[in-house]
Design a protein around this ligand. Sequence first.
Ligand SMILES: *[C@@H]1O[C@H](CO)[C@@H](O)[C@H](O)[C@H]1NC(C)=O
Ligand SMILES: *[C@@H]1O[C@H](CO)[C@@H](O)[C@H](O)[C@H]1NC(C)=O
Ligand SMILES: *[C@@H]1O[C@H](CO)[C@@H](O)[C@H](O)[C@H]1NC(C)=O
Ligand SMILES: *[C@@H]1O[C@H](CO)[C@@H](O)[C@H](O)[C@H]1NC(C)=O
Ligand SMILES: *[C@@H]1O[C@H](CO)[C@@H](O)[C@H](O)[C@H]1NC(C)=O
Ligand SMILES: *[C@@H]1O[C@H](CO)[C@@H](O)[C@H](O)[C@H]1NC(C)=O
Ligand SMILES: *[C@@H]1O[C@H](CO)[C@@H](O)[C@H](O)[C@H]1NC(C)=O
Ligand SMILES: *[C@@H]1O[C@H](CO)[C@@H](O)[C@H](O)[C@H]1NC(C)=O
Ligand SMILES: *[C@@H]1O[C@H](CO)[C@@H](O)[C@H](O)[C@H]1NC(C)=O
Ligand SMILES: *[C@@H]1O[C@H](CO)[C@@H](O)[C@H](O)[C@H]1NC(C)=O
Length: 684
Amino acid sequence: MLGILSTVIMALISVAATCPASPCECLDNVTVSCPDKRLKKFPNLPDGTEELYMAHNLIQAFPTSGLEQLQFLDLTKNRLNVSLTSNFIWPNMSSLVKLFLRGNCLGSLGPGQLQGLSALTFLDLSENHMEALHPGSLQGLGQLKTLILTLNQINSLQYGALSGAPALTDLHLSSNSIVEFEEGVFENSSKLVKLILSKNNLVSIGNGTFRGAVNLSHLDLSGNKFDFVPIAALRDVSQLHSLYLQKNSITFIPEDAFSELSHLRILVLNNNCLSKIAEDSLSGLFHLGQLDLSYNNLKSLPSEVFQYLGRLELLDLYHNNLTYLPEDLFHNLTRLRELQLDSNKISSIPPGLFHMMPKLRELQLANNQISDLHKALFSSLRSLRKLYLDNNVLSKIPRGLFHKTKSLRELQLDNNHLRSLARSLFHGLTKLHFLKLFNNRLTAIHPEQFSTLGELRELLLNENLIEDLPKGVFSKLRSLKILDLNNNRLTALASTDFDGLGALKELNLSFNQLHDLPYATFYSLDDLRRLLLQNNRLVSLHPQVFSPLVDLQELDLDNNQIKLLHPDVFQGLHHLQKLHLKSNRLSTLVNGTLEPLESLKILHLEGNPWDCSCRSPILYINNWIINNNQKLQDKPMCSSINRPISQPANLLKPCVSVACCPRSKFPLEMLTVLTAWLLGIGFL
Ligand SMILES: *[C@@H]1O[C@H](CO)[C@@H](O)[C@H](O)[C@H]1NC(C)=O
Ligand SMILES: *[C@@H]1O[C@H](CO)[C@@H](O)[C@H](O)[C@H]1NC(C)=O
Ligand SMILES: *[C@@H]1O[C@H](CO)[C@@H](O)[C@H](O)[C@H]1NC(C)=O
Ligand SMILES: *[C@@H]1O[C@H](CO)[C@@H](O)[C@H](O)[C@H]1NC(C)=O
Ligand SMILES: *[C@@H]1O[C@H](CO)[C@@H](O)[C@H](O)[C@H]1NC(C)=O
Ligand SMILES: *[C@@H]1O[C@H](CO)[C@@H](O)[C@H](O)[C@H]1NC(C)=O
Ligand SMILES: *[C@@H]1O[C@H](CO)[C@@H](O)[C@H](O)[C@H]1NC(C)=O
Ligand SMILES: *[C@@H]1O[C@H](CO)[C@@H](O)[C@H](O)[C@H]1NC(C)=O
Ligand SMILES: *[C@@H]1O[C@H](CO)[C@@H](O)[C@H](O)[C@H]1NC(C)=O
Ligand SMILES: *[C@@H]1O[C@H](CO)[C@@H](O)[C@H](O)[C@H]1NC(C)=O
C-alpha cells in the first residue's frame, strides 16, 4: 500500500518537474496552455517552451525575463495596462514570431519600445486604448508582416508611423477615429498589400497619401465620410485589385475617376448617395469583374456607362431608383454572369436590352413595376439558370418568352397579376427545378401546361383563383417534391388528379372549398410526408383515403366540418407525428381510432362539440388523453358542460355514473351510428 502511494507521489513529482506550470497544461514538450484560469501572473515556464496560450486571464504585466525562447504568445483579453509610452522596456522576446494582445488596456506605443521583437511577423493590438501610432513606434520590427490595430482610438497616422516595419503586408486599422493621413506615410511601404481603413472618420485623403504603396492590392475605405471618390490619392496605387467604398456619402462619380486603376477587379460602391454617374466615369476599368452599385439613388444611367467593362461578371444595381434602361446599356457586357436589377422602378424594358449576354446565369428583375415583356427579350440568354420576375405587375406573358432559355432552373413569376398562361409557355424547360406562380389571378390551367417539366421539384400555385384541375395536369411531374395549391377555389378533386406524383413529399390543399375526397385521391403519393387539408369543407372521410400514405408525418384537417371518423381512417399511418383535428364537428371518437398512430407526438382536438353526456362513448378519447397527456396540445371541452374532456373520468359527471351508463350499451350504439354514416356516404 505504502509502495503504491509513494509510486504515485513520485509520478506526480516527476510530472511537476517537467511541467511546473499548474494550473496550466503542457500539451507537448514545447506548448503550455492555460486559457481562462484567472491567472494574475505568468506561470514559470519549463525550459524550451515555445508556445504559450494565456487568453482570458487577469495578467497585468510581463515578467522581466524567461520569455527568450517563446515563439508564440497569446495574451488576448488580459489586463495588461502598461503605459507603453513610458520608459517601460519589454522583456527579451527575441524569438517571438506571433503576439496576440487583443482586448487589453494598452495605451500608445513609444518609439523603439518593441525593438527587441526582431523576429515578430504578426502583432495583434486590436481592442486596446491606443490613441496614436507615433513615429518610430514600430522601430526594429523588420520582419513584421501583419499589424492589427482594429478597434482602438487612433485618430491620425503621422509621417514615420510605419517606419521600422518595411516588410508590412497587411495593416488593419478598421474601427478607429482616423480623420487624416500625413502625406508620405506609406512612402516606404512597398510591400503593403492589404490596407483596411473601414469605419473611421475619413472625409478625404490627400493627394500623396498612398505614394510608395506600389504593391497595394486591397484597399477598404468603407464606412467613412467620403462624399466624393478620392481620385487623386488613388492615382498612386495602380496595382489595386479591390476597392471598397461602400457606406460612405458619395453622391457623384466624375469622368475618369478610376482610369489609372486598370488592374481593378472588384469595385464596391453600395450604400452611398449616388444619383448620377458620368458617361466616362468607369473608363479604363478593363479588368473589372465585379461592380456593386446597390443601395444608391440612381434614377438613370447613360447608355455608354458600362462600355469599358468587357470583363465584368457581376453587376449589382439592386435597390436604386431606375425607371428606364437604355437599350444598349449592357451591350459590351458579354461576359456578365449575374445581373441584379431588383427593387427599382423599372416599368418597361427595351426588347434588345439583354441581347449580348450569352453567359448570363442569373437575372434579377423582381420588385419593379414591369407590366409587359417583349417576346424576344430573353432570346439570347442561353445560359440563364435563374430568372426572377416576381413582384411586378405582369398581367400576361407572351407565348415563346422562355423558348430559348433552356438552361433555366428557377423561375419566379409570383406576386403578379397573371390571369392565364399560354399552353406552351414552359415547354422545353426540361431542366426547371423551381416554378413559383403564387399570388396571381390564375383561374384555369391548361392540361399540357407542365407536361415537359420532368425535373420540376417545387410548384407553387397557391393564392390563385383555380377552380378545378384539368385531367392529368401534374402527371408528368415525376420529380415534384412540393405542390402548393392553398388558397384557391377548388371544390372537388378527381381520383386521378395526383397520379404520377410518386416523389411528392408535401401537398398543400388548405384554404380551398373541398367537400369531398375520392377514396383513391392520394393513391400515387407513396412518399408524402405532409398533407395539409385545413380550412376546407370536408364533412366525411372515406376509411381508406389515407391508407396509401405510409410515410405521412403530418396531417392537418383543422377547420373542416367532419362529424365522424371511421375507426379505420388512420389505419397504416404508422409514421404520423402531427394530427390536427381542431374546429370540426366531432362529438366523439370510436374506441380504437387513434391506436394505429404509434408515432404520434402532437394532437389538436379543440373547437369540436365533444359530447360528454351519458349516451356517448366519450370514455375512449378521455382515457386516451389521460394516457397520452403530453401529446395533446390544446384543451378540448365538453359541449354541454364547461369542462375539459381530458379530465379524469371520475370527474366527468354524470357520464361515469354506472347506473347512468351501462358499458354494454356503447358498442351497440356506436354500430348504429356507423352504419347510418356508412350508408350515408354510399359505402355499404
Ligand atoms: C520535443 O519532443 C520532440 C520529440 O517528441 C523532440 O524532437 C524535440 O527535440 C523536443 N523539443 C524540446 C525543446 O525538448
Ligand atoms: C494598472 O492597473 C493597476 C490595477 O488596476 C493599477 O494599480 C496600475 O496603476 C495600472 N497601471 C497603469 C500604468 O495604468
Ligand atoms: C535576448 O535573448 C537572446 C537569447 O537568449 C540573446 O541571444 C540576446 O542577446 C538577448 N537580447 C538582449 C537585447 O538582451
Ligand atoms: C523612408 O525611408 C527614407 C530612407 O531611409 C527615410 O528618409 C524616410 O524618412 C522614410 N519615410 C518614412 C515615411 O518612414
Ligand atoms: C509585390 O507583391 C508581389 C506578390 O504579391 C511580389 O512578388 C512583389 O515582389 C512585390 N513587389 C514589391 C515591390 O514588393
Ligand atoms: C490633388 O491633385 C489634383 C490633380 O491631380 C489637383 O487638382 C489638386 O489641387 C490636388 N490637391 C491638393 C490638396 O494638392
Ligand atoms: C427614389 O426617389 C424618390 C423620389 O423621387 C425618393 O423618395 C425615394 O427615397 C428614392 N428611393 C431610393 C431607394 O432612393
Ligand atoms: C462596345 O461594343 C461595341 C460593339 O458592340 C464596340 O463597337 C465598342 O468598341 C465597344 N466599346 C468598348 C469600349 O469596347
Ligand atoms: C399551406 O398553406 C397554408 C395556408 O396558406 C400556409 O399557412 C402554410 O404555410 C402552407 N404550408 C406549407 C407547408 O406550404
Ligand atoms: C376499447 O376496446 C378495448 C379492446 O379493444 C377494450 O378493452 C376497452 O374496454 C374499450 N374501451 C371502451 C371505453 O369501451
